[in-house]
Design a protein around this ligand. Structure first.
Ligand SMILES: CC(=O)SCCNC(=O)CCNC(=O)[C@H](O)C(C)(C)COP(=O)(O)OP(=O)(O)OC[C@H]1O[C@@H](n2cnc3c(N)ncnc32)[C@H](O)[C@@H]1OP(=O)(O)O
Ligand SMILES: O=CC(=O)O
Ligand SMILES: [Mg+2]
Length: 355
């Protein structure tokens, strides 16, 4: 383990200094595209205005014989697209694959100045982050980069979940963690055969009626991902990095996708992956606080003055703790409004109405 004093020193001579705080940039949806798929790549310029993050995916979902084409496609897209303040991320291949090393060598050298975050799949412990951390520093120094590329880990192995706290704190480069429910299900030997979301078999059943009988008993579907998301959120919050829900594979079921995203939002996640353009709007809706909630948060903050003591608003007790919750909502709303004029107008209107 590195000394605390050395933690913020560059890991290679000439590499940029590590960041001390993860910059909070809106990232409600991390939109995946296959850069080697010409039809998808052609849609990227139009998606810049819609998505907070565009991610060129090189890992799963890209066939083995198209890996080099995807990597080359990402270099081309990064160089030919004006991303404005939309972030460009990539998901490299897993560290045990034949492609990960060339992914990093090529991308940092060719488009390192355009890449904000490298997503690393199947992270099992701090050792995986340390490897990427040092390699990125060497490559950044060689490429003459002046700003460090951040790292995002996918939580998708049982070992990764067991080590999530050490992963979150492994490097000042750590930007965040996403739940990867598909690979995690496989790693845990869960019996689901889907990408994220619930399962109708995972339920609790109400007690039998008093006195017996065989009247039908209600069942309630349970959330397969609650434990892991909550654990990931705690690890991220404790280390000052950002948690995300990952993929929802039933593209047509936007209702269930919205529910899954909202559970994650309420538990503390700041965004989710979008696999198809239709999921961008779902994530935008869910991960932007509702205007009525923002207006309420401002009311509480204004009524609480310096944030101490207790007041009643509409029959509800407010104190230092609700004040802090409301600050979370307002700070998020203000960060999003800075990027999204429509949202800014909706927040201003709701605030005026509730005044
Ligand atoms: C478990 C995990 O690791 S999840 C992460 C890895 N998986 C991914 O990244 C999947 C990304 N998404 C996809 O590959 C595709 O969306 C699929 C395979 C799910 C569906 O693709 P299609 O069957 O082509 O969907 P559909 O017919 O609705 O597409 C409509 C249009 O949107 C385009 N499109 C589809 N998905 C995307 C995308 N993610 N980004 C940009 N454009 C897209 C299609 O190319 C198509 O273009 P066209 O109108 O010019 O023909
Ligand atoms: O990579 C994501 C997953 O769910 O697996
Ligand atoms: Mg995966």
């Amino acid at each position: 383990m590195r000394s605390a004093k050395d933690f913020f020193r560059p890991l290679a001579v000439g590499a940029p200094a590590p960041v001390r705080e993860v910059p909070f940039r809106p990232s409600r949806m991390i939109h995946f595209f296959d850069p080697g798929n010409e039809k998808m790549a052609a849609k990227v310029p139009a998606l810049v205005a819609q998505a907070d993050v565009l991610l060129g995916n090189l890992e799963d979902a890209v066939p083995a014989d198209r890996k080099e084409a995807a990597r080359a496609g990402l270099v081309k897209t990064a160089r030919s697209t004006d991303f404005g303040d939309t972030q460009l991320w990539t998901r490299i291949n897993s560290l045990d694959s034949p492609w990960a090393l060339d992914d990093l060598l090529t991308l940092v050298t060719e488009i390192g100045d355009r890449l904000d975050v490298v997503m690393v799949p199947k992270v099992e412990g701090a050792q995986d982050i340390h490897y990427v951390d040092r390699l990125l520093a060497q490559l950044e120094a060689r490429a003459g980069l002046t700003r460090p590329i951040l790292v995002h880990a996918i939580l998708e192995t049982a070992a990764g979940v067991a080590n999530v706290e050490e992963i979150a704190g492994a490097s000042p480069r750590m930007q965040g963690i996403s739940l990867g429910p598909a690979d995690l299900a496989a790693s845990r030997r869960m019996k689901t055969t889907r990408v994220g979301g619930g399962h109708p078999g995972y339920l609790v059943r109400e007690d039998p009626p008093a006195g017996g009988g065989d009247a039908p008993r209600a069942t309630y579907q349970q959330d397969l991902w609650h434990y892991t998301i909550a654990r990931m959120v705690d690890a991220c919050a404790a280390h000052g990095i950002l948690p995300y829900y990952g993929p929802f594979g039933d593209i047509q079921d936007v209702t269930a996708c919205e529910d899954q995203f909202r559970n994650a939002f309420l538990l503390g996640c700041v965004g989710a992956w979008s696999l198809h353009p239709v999921q961008i709007a779902v994530a935008k809706k869910v991960f932007s606080p509702a205007p009525a909630d923002v207006a309420w948060a401002y009311r509480v903050i204004e009524a609480m003055g310096d944030g101490t003591g207790a007041v009643m608003i509409d029959g509800k007790m407010q104190d230092d703790a609700t004040y802090k919750q409301c600050r979370v909502v307002v700070e998020l709303a203000e960060a999003l409004a800075g990027r999204d004029p429509e949202l800014a107008a909706a927040y201003a209107a709701a605030r005026e109405e509730s005044a």
